[in-house]
Design a protein around this ligand. Sequence first.
Ligand code: ATP
Ligand code: MG
Length: 453
Amino acid sequence: MVLYAQVNHPQATAVSNKGSADIHNAATVIPRPDHPISRVNISPNALKVLYRLKDSGYQAHLVGGGVRDLLLGREPKDFDIATDAHPEDVRRLFRNCRLIGRRFRLAHVVYGREVIEVATFRAVHEAGANNSVQHIDEEGRIVRDNVYGDIEGDAFRRDFTVNALYYNIADFSIIDYTAGMADIEAGLLRLIGDPDTRYREDPVRMLRVVRFATKLGFRLEAATEEPITRLAPLLGDIPPARLFDEMLKLFMGGSALANFEILRHYNLFRQLFPLTDESLAHEGNFFQALVTRGMENTDARIAQGKPVTPAFLFAVFLWQPVQERAAQLEAAGEHSVQALQHAGSQIISEQAAVMATPRRFSLPMREIWMLQLRLENKGGRRSQRVLSHPRFRAAYDFLLLRAEAGEVPTELGDWWTQLQEDNPQEQAQKTTHARPRKRRRRRSKSKSEVKSE
Ligand code: ATP
Ligand code: MG
């Protein structure tokens, strides 16, 4: 934020920002001495790509989040490049280049673990234009977005003004078509063009604005904020896999709780987790506390550099819906283990209809839930064995959250904490004498027992 002061940008407010159709503004060019972006802060690999493109006669700019974050004195997550070179041209220039993308083709230049994304300038969409480059569906959504254009069009098809600044490697200036510099200085998120149209084109922008507000500490400009609650249901048409990706960025980026609160405020959360939202609406239960603590827990782990998995947070978000469903199934005569298992499957598939959840996450979720039954039964014969279950740690953390939220007694969590600290003899004593051993006929395990382990 300190860096704002160094930005000398007197003409910024003179640039009009009326709409995506109004694309013939002159750009404001901010020369190197008047902005704080230094090559020292740009990844050497990104610089390499920029220079090679330029030296081969192409335009080459750093763009998007990289420029925005550098201006704010933050470390960019990645560096994206925009150029007039076509993907095939880029591939010719870089041996370490692969072309990706179906919706639009992009070049990835790969340096070990660092990937520099190089995108060809794309043209702006003229909503409502009835011609051959019409790629908008009945809801106003963009369905194809692969028409090459020039830098000006490229700037206006971006989402927010602060994301549409170009750092030009030819003279180290910043090119600003949308008055993005002024919004960086003011800490404002402003959609480029008519907000209603831009959200309809791509409803995911409603989720992006929330994420950026939290991440950057920016406010939403009034016209950018106004349509959100009204248009939130349009997220229902977004492919579940894309929603899952956005969910990861919102909830696995270290600011889950802050994002959750804003998402709820704009009625966006229910578009992502309708079952959770419905359970949260019931009053007087522990679930709000569980959800809040689950997110605090995830955020704290990320802050400490510890590993996190969406499976845990998903298990938290869907716990109450699963339990409500299990109670219904039990009332209809199912055994408790089976009821929980069936409820888990049903809730997972209902959630998957909204948001695609890969099996590597849904399987652990189920295990965390099923293990709760075994953890609730402290001192059971198999307690000691649960300790070595691969999902024990996550299930135990989950149990502690439930205890903190007041759903189960604190002593239950304490008992498991103590059991882990005990030596094996003590463990055996606590667990083998709890119930008298019955002689049982050997039998093979039923399907449900195997699954619940
Ligand atoms: P982050 O720090 O999260 O990477 P970012 O701004 O770089 O933020 P990306 O998703 O990496 O976000 O996208 C890069 C750039 O592409 C954005 O800055 C924006 O200019 C443009 N962009 C991305 N998604 C959209 C979208 N849905 N609509 C319009 N422009 C978009
Ligand atoms: Mg980015």
